[in-house]
Design a binder for this molecule. Structure first.
Ligand code: 5GP
Ligand code: SF4
Ligand code: MG
Length: 459
């Protein structure tokens, strides 16, 4: 998912809308904006793309100086309008609205506990747990302390934006698993999953939200404190590999440049005799350019993407994904016919894309197709909000590289090692794994995983 928040701008809704457009790649299933003018909330949200949800003049109905917004990518928690965020909880003792990116791994346990105490949930989203925890904690605490206490009970990945009638609150999980950046737009404060949202609204990037940090912004200014000590920082590697937009920076590292370095590194590690290098639009173009630059093999437009087909990986079923890949990518025959082709992709998850592309390129006359992947084999599920699900779906679980190569029909197959990926991305962090999560590549999770943590497709 992608989240955005703003405080202190007279047209919070319009700015949020532009920001959501810049975050659209992070989720295409639903979008929503909630604003406050200090007295109550107004909300528009629905399933669909940002321009569909806010079609016509709907945005004119949202008046306020504070807002939060989300684009939704439903991996873990059901689909359906009730799960589209921001969630809004109205209460005579103080309403609150929430939007979340990530996945809370102890949500099932917390929910059972809350239900025993009488909570009735409106959604099957892990996000809703936080609202109940805040509301149920002791009435004698200040709101700030209640929020802190509630946040400290959550385990897993969470970048939260929360809105009350008098403040915008921002929280990042203790491992900093999902990106979240703070910015300034004139006198207004803004927060976004990715810095590309700041560029589109003309905001200036200030800093990343820190692991375990709670930021409260109201008309008096900005206040930061911790709700938990920072644990080993573990930014999601897949943000650098695939998820984030090339023009975004995460913790000061530009995504395009990081991907390019991964591609260059691969070209140093494997020597391939080939005529052209091609990327798979859009996510692997940066790595393919890097591979081409370093190997000296010319970069060519070997594959064209149909812009009007969404992100195929995010399709809910394998049948739809396969159809999607077929409609989405076409080879450029003049480029590949009679050529030995290096096809660089960012990742192999289920193998749907690579297998299909190798076939497409060969049908278009490629004499050899060498597949180069700018990340390590994915062998373990993600519990933190990215739809890398059950082991049985992952093509690399329990298979050798050669078996995978055979399955996708490539002439050779090369992956980047986790170490080479970390070095190429180049986070300055000197702690474990350079402060990156590698769990889906190594099976080593940065947080506890609960026995009842639901896998993405099992809920
Ligand atoms: P596969 O087709 O092997 O299942 O998935 C790999 C392809 O899906 C790559 O081309 C990658 O760009 C794309 N992709 C889309 N969404 C995701 C995601 O959430 N994670 C990963 N790793 N790849 C994704
Ligand atoms: Fe990202 Fe993989 Fe960690 Fe999930 S398991 S947070 S996809 S690096
Ligand atoms: Mg791709």
């Amino acid at each position: 998912c992608g989240v955005f928040g703003i405080w202190g701008h007279e047209d919070a809704a319009q700015i949020s809308y532009y920001a959501l457009h810049a975050l659209q790649h992070r989720g295409q299933e639903g979008a929503g904006i909630v604003v406050t003018n200090g007295e109550g909330f107004q909300v528009i949200k629905d399933e669909g793309l940002v321009n569909e949800v806010f079609a016509g003049n709907r945005l004119n109905d949202l008046k306020g100086h504070g807002g939060i917004a989300q684009v939704r990518y439903s991996s873990e928690n059901g689909r359906g309008i009730e799960n589209v965020q921001p969630l809004l909880f109205r209460s005579t003792t103080g309403s609150i609205s929430l939007a979340h990116n990530g996945n809370i791994v102890n949500a099932v346990e917390l929910r059972e506990h809350l239900e025993r105490q009488g909570s009735i949930f409106q959604t099957n989203s892990d996000t809703e747990v936080l609202a109940h925890l805040i509301k149920r904690s002791s009435g004698s605490l200040t709101q700030r302390d209640r929020v802190k206490k509630a946040l400290s009970m959550l385990k897993g990945a969470f970048a939260f934006v929360m809105l009350t009638e008098d403040s915008l609150m921002i929280a990042q999980d203790p491992n900093g698993l999902r990106p979240l950046s703070l910015g300034k737009l004139g006198d207004a404060w803004v927060v976004a999953s990715e810095t590309c949202a700041f560029d589109i609204i003309g905001a200036e990037h200030v800093r990343s939200v820190e692991p375990g940090e709670l930021i409260i912004i109201n008309n008096k200014g900005i206040h930061s404190e911790r709700f938990a000590p920072a644990a080993d920082s573990a930014m999601c590697s897949m943000e650098y590999v695939y998820f984030a937009r090339p023009d975004s920076d995460i913790d000061g590292i530009n995504i395009h440049m990081a991907r390019k370095r991964c591609g260059k590194r691969l070209a140093r590690e494997v020597k391939i005799d080939a005529d052209v290098v091609t990327g798979v639009p859009d996510s692997s173009i940066s790595a393919a350019i890097g591979f081409s630059e370093e190997s000296g093999i010319p970069y060519e437009l070997g594959l064209i993407k149909n812009r009007y087909v969404g992100r195929t990986f995010i399709e809910p079923s394998q049948e739809l994904r396969e159809k999607g890949v077929k409609m989405k990518l076409s080879p450029v025959r003049q480029v590949v016919n009679g050529k030995r082709v290096v096809m660089v992709d960012d990742s192999i998850v289920r193998g749907t894309t690579s297998k299909r592309i190798v076939t497409l390129l060969k049908e278009a006359g490629a004499t050899e197709v060498h597949v180069v992947i700018a990340s390590p084999p994915l062998v373990s599920p993600c519990f933190y909000g990215v739809d890398i699900s059950t082991d049985s779906e992952l093509i690399a679980t329990n298979r050798s590289i050669d078996e995978i190569r055979e399955l996708i029909g490539a002439d050779s197959l090369t992956f980047l090692s986790p170490e080479a990926m970390l070095e190429s991305i180049g986070r300055p962090d000197t702690t474990k794994n350079c402060g990156q999560c590698l769990a889906c590549f190594t099976g080593e999770y940065p947080t506890d995983i609960y026995s009842d943590t639901a896998l993405p497709h099992e809920k």
